[in-house]
Design a binder for this molecule. Sequence first.
Ligand code: B3K
Ligand code: ZN
Length: 885
Amino acid sequence: MRTEQPQVIYLKDYQAPEYLIDETHLTFELFEDHTLVHAQLVMRRNPARGAGLPPLVLDGQQLELLSVALDDQALNAGDYQLGDSHLSVQPTAATFTLGTSVKIHPESNTALEGLYKSSGMFCTQCEAEGFRKITYYLDRPDVMSTFTTTVIAEQHRYPVLLSNGNPIGSGPQEDGRHWATWEDPFVKPAYLFALVAGDLWCVEDKFTRQSGRDVTLRIYVEPENIDKCQHAMNSLKKSMRWDEEVYGREYDLDIFMIVAVNDFNMGAMENKGLNIFNSSCVLARAETATDAAHQRVEAVVAHEYFHNWSGNRVTCRDWFQLSLKEGFTVFRDAEFSADMNSRTVKRIEDVAYLRTHQFAEDAGPMAHAVRPDSFIEISNFYTLTVYEKGSEVVRMVRTLLGAEGFRKGSDLYFERHDGQAVTCDDFIKAMEDANGVDLTQFKRWYSQAGTPRLAVSESYDAGAQTYSLTFRQSCPATPDKVEKKPFVIPVELGLLDAQGNDIGLRLSGEAAAVGTTRVLSVTEAEQIFTFVDVAAKPLPSLLRGFSAPVKLSFPYDRDQLMFLMQHDSDGFNRWEAGQQLSVQVLQELIAQYQQGAELVLDQRLVTALGSVLANQQLDQAMVAEMLSLPGEAYLTEISEVADVDAIHAAREFARKQLAEQLFDGLWARYQANRELSKTTAYVAEAEHFARRSLQNIALSYLMLSGKPQVLAATQEQFDACDNMTERLTALAVLVNSAFTAERAKALEVFAENFKDNPLVMDQWFSVQAGSTLPGGLARVRELMQHPAFTLKNPNKVRALIGAFAGQNLINFHAADGSGYRFLADLVIELNALNPQIASRQLAPLTRWRKYDAARQALMKGELERIRGSGSLSSDVFEVVSKSLA
Ligand code: B3K
Ligand code: ZN
């Protein structure tokens, strides 16, 4: 906790380090009430910073310094300077060894950064700046060193002792303690350091590399979870194969380990050779994890594994470059998931997520560029913009260069920068050099914040048989910048004839048509593209596959959208047409609600969704996606002023109407799929995910009818199913229904069955936190008293508080401000316990400008109350002060 005003750090102030660390030798002595850390750092003056020997300033926080030595000579207190966050020493030669010993307290570390304890085991989280809470160091990513780590702990409590790299020795001591030494030969920054000590079991497997050598694979978990590791292990092997095949990247060490811990601020961490995971991203089996959880495990295992190249072998020069590794790695894991499952469905899910959440971030007070110019607390910049928009930027590079050109660029990037700490510019430079192109203007995606708007209009000249599209791009002001320069926007498109077929695309000036779907580069503020040989006025299918993260507008009418839903050859755009149709219809209902008029649903939506439902040829996951109306959070994001009550009422009205009018179709598909679920053993594969997703969305619609046979079916599914996907859906459907007694009974049975499984209990909390029935806040308050709930566990906070404030909009935004007051109280409490989690939970309040005047005042009032609540962490301080600026 700090008292002084936190400092703003600027990218423009970057300077290379004064000193380098070639070798890092660490010894940890772990005890129940403290830990001793002894470091020997083999250092030298950085030749790039010239001659002279300026003071060596090491980072260190919350460390009790026991001793310092230079080249084995102990220093006296007068020989060094010690501050709250630094230790300064004056070297006397260009190369030297610095030794320090410090005492730290992992046992009372609730921030879960640095070395801490989770369920009795020791573990670490060092990214971004946690290593400075372990020992004095140059804790910045451009200082890369080899590491040798010895861990000493009580044998009985901590039989397993792990660190990065390869094991090189271990043995007992006479006092009931034992030791193990690990050596990591690959240079790495301190943020990739990891240590684990605990009573863990492991599942072991092996992977044979393309080059023929075997790697040992181990997943370590608490003994009771040993039966929940197979899916993660399969995912790991698939990831390793995929990275060899798609990027030509082989794993480097002889061993790769994953450890699952229960208390973790994020999903997982890519420490070299020793990934540490939130248990929610490792453990999965049919009875206890949903299909979504299985897919998340697969994606996160892949993401962290892929970091071994995009992040570890080639790392970031400074934290402003975070998207260099995160955007690229998200892109890599998204492509992997697309290859393992349904490509179109994966794209739909990602785009829906981006448009709902990243676009909102881009439009709010924390908006920043993919490569930010400044920050106060780097932990606040692990954002949707850096990750998801960063991934879209990499995707656009590939769209512009083509798959082959992109692979040439990534090969050059890895080869040129192996073992280095580099920048986003270096990444783009490799892409340019490998392809002989100039991406200077494209790089504005890294430096300009905000979501570009792309307005498209058409004109058809029947006489000349030409069809022109005019693109106008603009980008709203963001807190950092008002004026934006034009972006390079790749627009993939096609033109449909009256039968719905793609026509050949020949631009004016071209000799012949070039395919039926192609990518146009929009680079000017206003630009016209004219197609020739267009026999009749076509219907454009724009931004296929969501080829750029922009808000596109084209004046489609509802009949045209229905036509695209049926005929577009691009699966993504068929879904997109359905979304646009739904948005138009829902916005009309919202307006009716606001005018106090009777709500009347446009029957075209019923017709369109009815024909999707009846289409047995379509991938069932696509049917499920198309039946899902845009969420309340997305409707909020696209509103000028979000009317919480109108949005909720309109969407619920539409859902109920659809349920009633499409009842027979929904019921038929539900029953057919439930029958298959009964007779098929659970398989975690795309086709089965698809079947269950349609079954489950159908059930949630059907329950809106309130019919007794739906209640009976829900109860049958809840009682008799063999997997968590069906069981949790049945529970959620009951929880949101009017069947009070049945709901209570199901909740009780569920909690009784799963009380010993914290991850399943998280789901139980979430389902209730998300219930839009009146009285939401009171239920959440009551659940906070449940023995399975604790504010100290981030998963619990996210499951209950996060789900309530982020997903239960009608209850959270209660007009009396009770939801806001509740959240602010929690943020104040969490600020002292775990600043990173506190700051993340704040997000819903930062969006205060979206709402009506009364809610704005209430939300702002709570932000002000947090600001005045005393000693704020830099994490919470930054978000609150920027939100109020
Ligand atoms: N690189 C980590 C993020 C760590 C965040 C620390 N505040 C997880 C990931 O993106 O793979
Ligand atoms: Zn990552």
